[in-house]
Design a binder for this molecule. Structure first.
Ligand code: PLP
Length: 462
């Protein structure tokens, strides 16, 4: 047991040391992987270290290294080592954090971590929540609570912006909202929800006999990091008696910094907030969270008590997390968050989050000053979007889209960084999302320089 665990730990520590010198991405096509891996399970086992070596050589490297200092695509994830070790411990102890009887320590720890989140978000003491697999599951649970709070009406509809994450739409589908009743509210030039358009849609739907059950605001869209006007949306929802859910999966932990707190003003007025510790709180997957303003709104729809689970009822003050969401058997997600925070302290977390904000602002300055780059969306939280658009060339949008697609491909194949794209107001954009505590300005600068270099080469030829 120890030999295998030591080998695994050594592999991970070595990988960590090598990471900055490697490409951020590696992968393979299906045909090749079928040949390597598609086989019957062995009848007789193999030596454990040999199996580990095979995993380490043939399987695990074939992935986007989300924790690479130059991994800027989508929303990266750079877990701390205590968080990784916590997941190993949690698996080793094999605790099922579903109820107090079978996991009092883990359940208490989840209460502690959820209470930290509650205070960070500025929620009242009536609030509570649970840790989930991620933002997607958090939204499903939140929409179930919203529907219940609205009295489970016929013809329910939800509202979100045209920038909202696909997981919000999927959550609406999962809870049975018809496609045409998931209303996508247009956004303004800063990609924030147009509140006038929202008001019109809600009024139209009410007049048509439908029932708005939730407005879903963004606290950091994936494409541009845009934050909707949370205070104004809280006012709107209070006036209309509608649940306000905030998708803070990516941006939520910015509240730990003064700047982030200002940007996310009003988040504490929501009825529910989804927030992912596997994004900007530096935890390994899966570490999502859902907070609701009034914990009874979550426990009412999810609390089902069959006789065969009656032994697990310990009474008031002893929550069973299976009563708060869709999962019954659950791993001890709180342990990784707790061990990381205990090890590094909150000051280190604040500094690491502020660094993401700083680097994105600096990237924007660089882009604004570049004769080759055009800023398509200024730094918002830690996302900045841009494109190659050489000054004085007056190229059409279609030509620029083509140039930028080629630059993205060249970055992908020829540069160590991993950058992803977005489409903003119909224009193809390159996008950086900076949430890694190990990323330094040189990582960002050299990636922008590579984009400029490829941009010059490609647009010169275009
Ligand atoms: C803004 C936003 N919301 C929701 C999600 C979905 O979260 P998860 O992948 O943890 O389910 C993401 C994922 O990147 C996201 O960026």
């Amino acid at each position: 047991m120890l030999d295998l665990a030591r080998q695994a730990a050594e592999v991970l520590v070595e990988r960590h040391g090598r990471l900055p010198r490697e490409q951020a991405w590696d992968g393979e096509f299906r045909g090749e992987l079928d040949e390597r891996l598609m086989e019957d399970p062995p009848e007789v086992g193999n030596p454990a270290s040999q199996v580990l070596q095979r995993a380490v050589q043939d399987i695990l490297p074939l992935a986007l290294r989300l924790d690479h200092p130059r991994s800027f695509g989508f929303v990266p994830s750079a877990p701390t080592w205590p968080g990784v070790v916590a997941d190993f411990l949690a698996a080793g102890y094999n605790i099922n954090a579903s109820n107090w009887l079978i996991a009092s320590g883990a359940t208490q720890l989840e209460c502690v971590v959820i209470d930290w989140f509650r205070r960070w978000l500025g929620f009242p003491e009536t609030a509570g929540g649970l840790l989930t697999s991620g933002g997607s599951a958090a939204t499903v649970d939140a929409f179930v609570a919203a529907r219940e709070a609205a009295g489970c009406p016929e013809g329910p509809c939800v509202y979100m912006s045209d920038q909202s994450h696909s997981s919000q739409m999927r959550a609406a589908r999962i809870i049975g909202i018809r496609g045409e009743h998931t209303r996508l509210v247009p956004t303004d030039r800063l990609f924030q929800m147009d509140l006038g358009a929202l008001a019109t849609m809600v009024a139209e739907d009410r007049a048509a006999g439908l029932h708005p059950i939730a407005v879903c605001a963004n606290a950091g869209t994936t494409a541009t990091g845009a934050v909707d006007s949370l205070d104004a949306l809280a006012d709107f929802c209070a006036e209309h008696g509608t649940w306000l859910h905030v998708d803070a999966a990516y941006g939520g932990f910015a509240v730990l910094t003064d700047r982030g707190k200002r940007l996310l003003r009003g988040i504490g007025r929501a009825d529910s907030v989804g927030i992912d510790a596997h994004k900007w709180l530096f935890q390994p997957y899966e570490a999502g969270g859902l907070l609701v303003r009034d914990i009874s709104t979550l426990e009412k729809p999810f609390n089902i008590r069959p006789d065969f689970l009656q032994d697990a009822l310990w009474g008031k003050g002893h929550p069973n997390f299976w009563d708060r969401g869709l999962q019954l058997s659950r791993s001890v997600r709180a342990l990784k968050i707790w061990m990381s925070v205990q090890t590094f302290g909150m000051a280190a977390f604040r500094r690491a989050i502020a660094k993401g904000l700083d680097l994105a602002a600096r990237a924007e300055e660089y882009i604004q000053a570049s004769p080759v780059l055009e800023c398509l969306s200024p730094a918002s939280l830690s996302v900045v979007c841009f494109r190659i658009n050489p000054a004085g060339r007056e190229l059409a949008d279609e030509t620029l889209d083509e140039i930028n697609r080629s630059v993205l491909a060249r970055l992908f194949w020829e540069d160590p960084a991993f950058v992803s794209s977005a489409v903003l107001a119909g224009r193809f954009a390159l996008r950086l999302c900076i949430v890694n505590h190990n990323t330094e300005w040189d990582d960002v600068r050299e990636t922008l320089e590579a984009a400029e270099r490829f941009g010059k080469a490609v647009s010169g030829a275009a």
